[in-house]
Design a protein around this ligand. Structure first.
Ligand SMILES: C[S@@+](CC[C@H](N)C(=O)[O-])C[C@H]1O[C@@H](n2cnc3c(N)ncnc32)[C@H](O)[C@@H]1O
Length: 257
């Protein structure tokens, strides 16, 4: 949609308040891929655009790993810190408010896994994200990227409505092949179905309606409901049958020739 007039982080805070994740996967599917990471206690995990920290907290809880989560929104960083205090108070886990593209690790240590789930614009797209994450992990380490894919060629009206171009995303197959072309070994993927999307989108509409009812005086309300109604229309009309989303898990070469 057009230029933001309101604080966009406030918009996402209100509209995603009830979503457990900032992506359309179910928690069960997220856990499925976390179970396959096969990390060791003390391993280092980097999650760029970590949102409310749910994935990172689940990983450190499961493996006793150490973690760094980065995000540009002060709202989600606050949520992630609260989550850490409740669920992983004694773990070496840091949440940092920063543009992911500007992050430089504090020491020369590399990560055992680096992820970016649903924010590949940080490095100008999916391939750029694969390359950036690859450079942050140890030889043989893991790279996980959450990225949309076309289920069918997108309708031109859908592209116009969302401000997308057809080449913005690839197919599911294309996303796997792109990783291999970047020298990574494809390990696994977990993808959304329509139930996942309906839940993700529906929780956004419900949160917005509830917020509007309890905050009729909010001067940003018109922009909030306008944006949500427009994206709801695009989802119901085209997106539901056109857009998929998955986490792609790859391994970097181990450096042994
Ligand atoms: C679609 S959400 C995904 C959140 C989380 N990875 C998840 O899957 O639950 C995208 C996230 O990217 C964050 N973000 C957007 N631009 C960013 C940037 N330049 N650097 C770091 N985070 C950014 C947003 O604040 C938001 O939390």
């Amino acid at each position: 949609m057009v230029e933001w007039n309101m604080d966009r982080w406030k918009y996402f805070d209100i509209t995603s308040r009830d979503q457990p994740l900032g992506n359309p996967l179910s928690i069960a599917k997220l856990d499925e891929i976390i179970a396959l990471l096969d990390l060791n206690p003390g391993d280092k995990v980097l999650d760029v655009a970590c949102g409310n920290g749910e994935m990172l907290v689940r990983i450190v809880e499961r493996y006793g790993a150490r973690g760094v989560g980065l995000d540009l929104s002060p709202y989600v960083i606050k949520d992630a810190e609260l989550k850490k205090a409740e669920r992983a108070p004694n773990v070496d886990l840091q949440f940092i408010e920063i543009d992911g593209a500007k992050y430089q690790p504090e020491d020369s240590d590399m990560f055992d896994i680096a992820s970016c789930i649903g924010a590949s614009w940080i490095w100008q797209g999916y391939r750029g994200t694969l390359r950036a994450l690859k450079d942050l992990v140890t030889p043989g380490g893991l790279v996980a990227v959450g990225e949309p894919h076309w289920l069918q060629p997108p309708h031109l009206d859908y592209l116009a409505s969302e401000g997308f171009t057809a080449d913005l995303f690839s197919t599911h197959h294309g996303n796997v092949v792109a990783g291999e072309e970047e020298g990574l070994t494809f390990l696994y993927s977990v993808a959304t179905n329509q139930d996942d999307w309906d839940r993700y989108e529906g929780l956004r509409y419900r949160a917005t309606v509830r917020y509007a009812r309890s905050n009729p005086q909010d001067l940003d309300l018109q922009e909030i409901t306008g944006r949500v109604n427009k994206s709801r229309e695009a989802y119901l009309r085209w997106g539901r049958d056109t857009l998929g989303w998955a986490i792609y898990l790859f391994q970097t070469p181990d450096g042994i020739s």
